[in-house]
Ligand binder design. Structure first.
Ligand code: SAM
Ligand code: FES
Length: 451
């Protein structure tokens, strides 16, 4: 059975640097070009494009196979793709000069590759070599630190239309030799290109990291650069059981980066949350720790009848005001400076939101917030928690488990929590029903309903 007219398999098996592989020969560029060309020619419904692992023909990569006929292509270049899609997938005529049909040679090569691979693995195992997966995890911070430093210097903006290490070093007030070393590493990571001694942004870095680009993420990403310093205290935090002061996180700059970092995620998730919860029966919303106000803004935009109140700490409220006014919803969204850990929330709300809040606090603090929130809700009102929810064993998903450490190094008693924990706190606070809504992405909603 073949549900598609053609089914393409493109090898994208990553291998250690220096080892021949299809990605090293450009299979990702081929894959991207195939996807683009197939869609552009309106063949998306007839052609299934799939990535696959090593086929043992790595020296001849990029390798791809077209089924159901089993036509093998080798050494495919992105420049060949238009011809392959037009003639083979469009008119059913394979491109003979790229087809590889020496079955005996292919089989011999694949079998030899398999034998060599197993032999190499056995030797490594015997010698007690650290597995690549562990080795890469241990050094995982190298690329990350490299990019974070580049963002801290705003190096991509300084590069502009291009420049050499000395010119860029002068612009960012840094040592030319060291800047050159950093720039070369950024080229190796694929976020810059180099021709002669001139460095240029790639289309990707120009889009996402350069001041003035509409999709520039730098401001939001600087929050991750700030948290880097906290992660450096992880060993001490594990020893002591709580965050270790580092004296660099109470500045107004830190707060601005932090809220920009929150907005970076929340602005895209806002409409998803509105869609998941709906606006039927929702008139008054309390957005606890609203940050950039992205969720209130999304609700206000979705329904002119909705009124939102955002409660946040005094240092953040002026920043929230900026975001709300930029979104032109000031008439529907009001702001209140205060501390959600104490005091009455008011009454008569249809929805109270805790987006990315509970992980900052201890179980006792969350129980107390849930109780005060339940009292502030109208009949049929809902308390909504959005967070990275752990499995009952607290061992996954991976992002939620690692995020819990992020909270260990950044808060007094925060952590990621599991669905049974949230459900138990909601029940104890008197919510009649508790349900979970999974959104696309790493966070989910836990919804408590008042009778
Ligand atoms: C992780 S951010 C989440 C922001 C926003 N809800 C979102 O999802 O984008 C946490 C927010 O809670 C605020 N916050 C922290 N402690 C607070 C407290 N005790 N009272 C009120 N707001 C607080 C912070 O200032 C920040 O805006
Ligand atoms: S890596 Fe593609 S065939 Fe081996």
């Amino acid at each position: 059975m073949e549900p598609f007219r053609f089914h393409l398999f493109v090898c994208t098996q990553q291998k250690p640097e220096g080892v021949p592989s299809c990605p090293a020969s450009g299979s990702f560029a081929v894959l991207g070009a195939l996807d683009h060309e197939i869609q552009a020619r309106g063949l998306g419904k007839d052609v299934q494009l799939t990535t696959c692992g090593c086929m043992g023909l790595c020296d001849e990569g990029p390798v791809m196979v077209v089924y159901p006929a089993g036509v093998w292509y080798r050494r495919v270049k992105a420049a060949d793709v238009s011809e392959i899609v037009g003639a083979h997938l469009g008119d059913g005529k394979p491109i003979e000069r790229l087809v590889w049909n020496d079955a005996a040679a292919m089989k011999a090569m694949a079998v030899e590759h398999g034998e060599k691979y197993r032999e190499a693995m056995a030797m490594r195992d015997k010698a007690g070599t650290l597995p690549d997966r562990l080795d890469q995890m241990i050094r995982g911070y190298w690329p990350s630190r490299c990019l974070l430093t580049a963002l801290e210097f705003d190096i991509f903006t300084a590069i502009g239309e291009g420049g050499n290490a000395a010119q860029i070093g002068t612009k960012i007030h840094a040592n030319a030799r060291a800047v050159g070393t950093l720039l070369n590493a950024l080229v190796a990571l694929g976020v810059l290109s180099k021709s002669g001694d001139v460095y240029k942004n790639t289309p990707e870095s120009a889009r996402f990291f350069v001041e003035g680009s509409k999709d520039n993420h730098r401001n939001g990403l600087l929050h991750i650069a700030n948290i880097w310093h906290r992660w450096s205290t992880l060993t001490d935090a594990v020893r002591s059981g709580t965050r270790v002061p580092i004296g660099r996180d109470d500045t107004s700059e830190w707060t601005r980066d932090f809220i920009a970092g929150m907005q970076r995620n929340a602005k895209d998730r806002g409409p998803l949350v509105v869609k998941a919860l709906g606006t039927a029966g929702v008139r008054r919303i309390l957005d606890l720790g609203g940050g950039s106000g992205a969720y209130s803004i999304a609700f206000a935009k979705a329904s002119p009848e909705v009124r939102c109140e955002i409660l946040d700490v005094p240092e953040v409220v002026p920043l929230t005001t900026e975001y709300v006014s930029q979104a032109s919803v000031s008439g529907q969204v009001s702001l209140r400076a205060g501390d959600m850990l104490h005091g009455d929330f008011g009454s008569g709300y249809d929805l109270i939101m805790l987006n990315a809040i509970c992980h900052m606090f201890s179980p006792e603090q969350n129980r107390d917030i849930f109780l005060r929130a339940r009292r502030a809700l109208a009949p049929k009102g809902r308390l909504v928690v959005q967070d990275f929810i752990l499995n009952p064993e607290k061992t996954g998903p991976q992002h939620a488990a690692l995020f819990s450490l992020n909270m260990l190094v950044s808060t007094d008693a925060g952590a990621s929590y599991s669905e049974p924990e949230y459900a138990e706190w909601m029940k104890a606070a008197g919510f009649a029903e508790v349900s979970r809504i999974d959104l696309h992405g790493p966070s989910s909603l836990i919804v408590g309903l008042v009778k």
